[in-house]
Design a protein around this ligand. Structure first.
Ligand code: HEM
Length: 184
């Protein structure tokens, strides 16, 4: 079963769950105004703190320099998306604060601007989570993440993107007994 090979680290689980909560709060914004503001503010705050958590819990020196991920296309794509998301957050907070001050009552344009920004945030955050999940595996592997992304082990199954550990397990070949080789 492909599903059995999926491994979600705590970071991807959090990102996926909070994306779903964000989506829910997007649709419930008008009905549960205060809850909307509280939940969105919390998720945005946690998103700003997220890089610090990653910095404290991952070995970035080894990952970026020893394993050469600093040159990974996926890593830079991810970084660009993260920056885009943060910029959208800042603009959205300003729009949200203006709505809270009551400016949205007179100008319906502000509300549609806030809604439009909300859609952009959901898309950007979704892409951040997806590219982040693609980067997970190479954290545990010496191989370049782009190679892993393309399924370096010859696996086209999407499950390969979400694993945190290598699927290539050392095994003893039956023909040449005692010889350990890697199978994928
Ligand atoms: C700190 C951040 C935010 C604040 C302070 C805030 C505040 C508000 C306020 C005051 C409203 C007006 C609710 C009403 O009409 O009674 C609103 C509506 C809305 N918000 Fe936010 N919001 C924030 C973040 C977000 C985010 C991140 C999204 C989407 C991902 C979002 C999506 C929406 C939507 C779709 C509406 C309904 C707009 C409409 O159709 O009138 N908001 N928000």
């Amino acid at each position: 079963m492909i599903l059995e090979t999926f491994t979600f680290p705590e970071t991807v689980v959090y990102a996926l769950v909070s994306w779903c909560v964000m989506l829910l709060m997007f649709f419930l914004a008008r009905r549960y105004r205060r809850l909307h503001v509280a939940v969105m503010s919390s998720i945005i705050t946690l998103d700003f703190l997220f890089p610090f958590y990653l910095y404290l819990t991952r070995d970035w020196g080894r990952r970026l320099f020893d394993e050469g991920d600093i040159l990974s296309f996926m890593l830079w794509t991810h970084l660009l998306l993260v920056i885009t998301m943060y910029v959208l957050y800042v603009v959205q907070i300003q729009a949200g604060r203006r709505l809270l001050r009551g400016e949205g009552q007179e100008r319906s344009g502000l509300r549609s601007e806030h809604r439009g920004l909300g859609i952009a945030i959901l898309v950007a955050r979704g892409l951040v989570v997806f590219t982040g999940a693609l980067l997970v595996e190479s954290h545990y592997e010496a191989a370049p993440s782009f190679g892993l992304m393309l399924g370096a082990c010859g696996q086209a199954a999407p499950g390969v993107f979400f694993e945190t550990r290598s699927r290539c397990a050392p095994t003893v070949s039956k023909k040449s007994s005692g010889t350990a080789s890697k199978i994928c």
